[in-house]
Design a protein. Structure first.
Length: 413
């Protein structure tokens, strides 16, 4: 049978249509359905990914806020004792008495007490009708610390112990902490200068000690006698915020990096001398409970000049010093905060020595993943030298990098 050319074209067309139909039916439609399903799956996972990113960002932001708040609480309470115990107070007073050469005897210690308490009506000794008090501040700190440790609170801070005997049942406080105070009465005798020396040591101590009352009676010559009432204050510390460690050989404890004198270098003689800081800064790893960067004016007990930043990487920091007439001014900032808040303005300060002294307390790196640090730009538009003392920085991969943008800047490591 002879097939004409027209029939050949029709048969070819039919074959093409059949192939197209088979492709559409058995390949295109299943693949298209898979593509649609993959698009839906992609959109679902994209939404989940955005939610995860939002949660991560929220967690990071909350963690940064927590660290900054933690640092502000620490700065406000650092001047107070973390605990008050009679033995420790004796060590502190004994050192002051010996260094002032004042003749003094302790007349008495008051009980450790707290004004921030409330009666717990559920805890009443039925035998003695004794009311048990609970310190609210201590409860709050205890709850906070327990939350950080992700542990259930198994007991309240003001724990009690029941001692039983054949006569009565007695409830005793085993731990009294919180916003607490202790009062000590001293009887003294010595020359007037020795008394003044003792008072100055109390005033200059790195923890808050108040002289509530002092009675002075003049004796023969330059001898005075009398008694003085000294008050000690303390609050509980948050986890890892207790920088004050008792040392019976050196009872002054660990130096607060935001206060006091430091060993610096005289620009002219290149010899180490004791000078006071004008400004202070700390650089810590991201794993710290405190922000990676803290900056403030030295001896600022109000902490109003403090700025913070918490950066897993390198934080950009700027210090600006200027002079107008015979007055000196400063301002500084991190990526999130500045002092003054209006960075276009400046604050006046009085130099503590012949130079502008900036003390930076760094910390060695914990490993390759510890990338936190600071690039510090210093703009010095004064006739003084900015002396930067960097303490305890990592020698292999320094956490602190000083960039001298303008003026005389001397860096000591």
């Amino acid at each position: 049978m002879k097939v004409t050319k027209r029939e050949q074209m029709l048969i070819g067309t039919l074959l093409i249509v059949l192939l197209g139909y088979c492709f559409y039916k058995f390949f295109y439609i299943p693949q298209n359905q898979k593509i649609v399903q993959l698009k839906v799956s992609r959109d679902t996972y994209s939404q989940k990914w955005e939610q995860v990113k939002a949660k991560i960002a929220s967690k990071s932001e909350k963690n940064e806020q927590y660290k900054i708040l933690n640092a502000k609480i620490f700065s406000k309470t650092d001047m107070l004792f973390p605990s008050i115990q009679q033995e420790e107070i004796i060590v502190v007073l004994d050192k002051m008495i010996k260094e002032s050469k004042l003749q003094a005897e302790v007349l008495g210690f008051s009980e450790v007490s707290s004004n921030n308490t409330e009666e717990d009506k559920s805890k009443t000794n039925t035998a003695t009708n004794e009311k048990i008090t609970i310190n609210e501040l201590d409860k709050l700190v205890n709850d906070f610390n327990s939350t950080l440790n992700k542990e259930a609170i198994t007991e309240k801070t003001n724990t009690t112990k029941v001692e039983t005997n054949t006569a009565t049942t007695k409830t005793v406080n085993t731990k009294l902490v919180g916003a607490y105070t202790m009062q000590v009465t001293l009887e003294f005798k010595g020359i007037y200068e020795e008394l003044i020396s003792f008072i100055k040591q109390v005033e200059n101590y790195d923890k808050k000690i108040i002289i509530n009352n002092i009675n002075i009676v003049a004796a023969e010559g330059n001898i005075v006698s009398g008694n003085v009432i000294v008050q000690f204050y303390g609050v509980p510390k948050l986890i890892n915020n207790d920088d004050f460690k008792w040392d019976y050989k050196v009872p002054s404890g660990k130096e607060n990096p935001f206060e006091g004198a430091v060993t610096s270098v005289n620009v002219t003689t290149k010899k180490k001398v004791e000078v006071k800081n004008d400004f202070v800064m700390s650089a810590k790893p991201i794993t710290s409970d405190l922000p990676t960067i803290r900056i403030g004016k030295a001896e600022d007990n109000s902490t109003s000049s403090y700025v913070y930043a918490d950066n897993i990487g390198v934080e950009a920091v700027e210090f600006h010093f200027s002079k107008k007439g015979d007055k000196y001014y400063y301002k500084y900032k991190t990526s999130i905060e500045a002092y003054p808040k209006d960075f276009n303005s400046v604050n006046e300060f009085v130099l503590s020595s012949e130079n502008i002294n900036l003390e930076i307390f760094s910390q060695k790196r914990g490993g390759e993943t510890d990338l936190a640090g600071a690039n510090i730009k210093i703009f010095n538009d004064t006739d003084k030298t900015v002396v930067v003392n960097v303490q305890n920085d990592d020698t292999v991969k320094p956490r602190v990098n000083i960039l001298k943008e303008k003026g005389n800047v001397l860096v000591n490591r």
